[in-house]
Design a protein around this ligand. Structure first.
Ligand code: ASP
Length: 331
């Protein structure tokens, strides 16, 4: 007698993966129902007992942090019913939504796997069906248990805290510049040979203020001048994307320090990879200068992920010391 298939709940949020174009291949919008989406994934029913639910039907730029808090709550409520979750959504913000889930869900529940597609359902070589099937395989796998949320894309398995969308159109649009993928899917086999460590503590979705506070993000460039009041109006925190290992033009320093007197300022490298220095340079606007003035280092987090972490920490009531400690806790 066969053992019953593992149960997976696929939660759909819209995006290219759920989009269909007109007859000429243009004007695609998210409109596939979960059932229509799954009809394009032959073989899924042999891998898992698939349940479907529409959670949102948006281009992913319209998803909010509150949506992610509600999604984490839903996953928590339904964890006893299934062996794994698959989240399908747009790729534009997938690196952030998956990280928000990573911050809000501990590793004790069923695996949560986020995926999407670069080519919509009407294009030759649409990648949604293959990504969904791979995501289902990972979500019900023994290998994925205990790791926290994962991103599966183009048969690679990534950790949300490292994964980035690094290409606007390639089907291999996702990469983890600091760490590489931790595993892959080949045929029906799920391989996760690299174990994740130092994930940092998670936050409780039910203890997070909704709507969460606004946090700004400013990217500095050559010749950037001092921050103006309108750069920070209405914000409870600010992320500054700084040069290289943690540097800003000297002309920006005083204005940043003044902002940091009012709200926490977190600095993240604008390079796209690598960790900020702490003790290499000492010129005005260097990493040491900014740290000495009380600014917080995002370590190896990029600006978008640093912003999310700051939003959720502030929404959980964290003070400046807690915020610094949490940023220091995960490389
Ligand atoms: N605009 C789409 C989105 O919802 C792009 C995609 O899914 O790749 O993010």
């Amino acid at each position: 007698m066969h053992s019953p298939l593992p149960r997976v709940l696929v939660l759909t949020l819209g995006g290219t993966i759920a989009s269909v174009p007109d007859a000429k291949g243009h004007h695609a919008v998210p409109r596939l129902s979960p059932a229509e989406l799954m009809a394009s994934v032959p073989g899924a029913a042999e891998v898992a007992d698939v349940r479907l639910e529409s959670f949102r039907q948006y281009p992913s730029g319209d998803l909010s942090i509150t949506d992610m808090i509600e999604l984490a709550q839903l996953v928590g409520r339904r964890a006893d019913e299934v062996d794994g979750f698959v989240i399908t959504q747009g790729t534009d913000t997938l690196e952030e939504t998956s990280y928000a889930l990573d911050l809000l869900l501990d590793e004790n529940g069923p695996p949560v796997v986020v995926t999407g597609a670069m080519r919509n359902a009407g294009l030759p070589g649409a990648d949604g069906p293959a990504n969904i099937l791979a995501a289902i395989r990972v979500a019900v796998s023994r290998e994925a248990r205990g790791l926290g949320p994962l991103v599966v894309f183009a048969d690679e398995i990534h950790l949300p805290r490292f994964v980035r969308k690094i290409h606007s159109s390639s089907v291999a649009a996702f990469s983890s510049p600091n760490a590489g993928p931790v595993g892959w899917v080949t045929e029906e086999r799920v391989r996760i040979p690299l174990l994740a460590r130092d994930r940092g503590p998670t936050l409780q979705p039910d203890a997070v203020r909704v709507p969460p506070p606004a946090v700004g993000i400013v990217k500095l460039g050559l010749g950037s001048g001092p921050l103006l009041p309108e750069h920070t109006a209405g914000f409870e925190g600010l992320v500054v994307e700084v040069f290289g290992g943690g540097h800003v033009p000297s002309s920006v320093v005083q204005s940043l320090a003044e902002v940091n007197d009012r709200i926490p300022v977190v600095m993240a490298t604008r390079t796209g990879a690598g960790e900020l220095y702490r003790s290499t340079y000492a010129f005005p606007g260097s990493e040491q200068d900014l740290l000495d003035r009380g600014m917080i280092s995002a370590g190896a987090l990029d600006g978008a992920k640093a912003r999310l972490l700051l939003v959720l920490l502030l929404a959980s009531g964290a003070g400046r010391a807690d915020i610094s400690a949490r940023f220091a806790a995960a490389p």
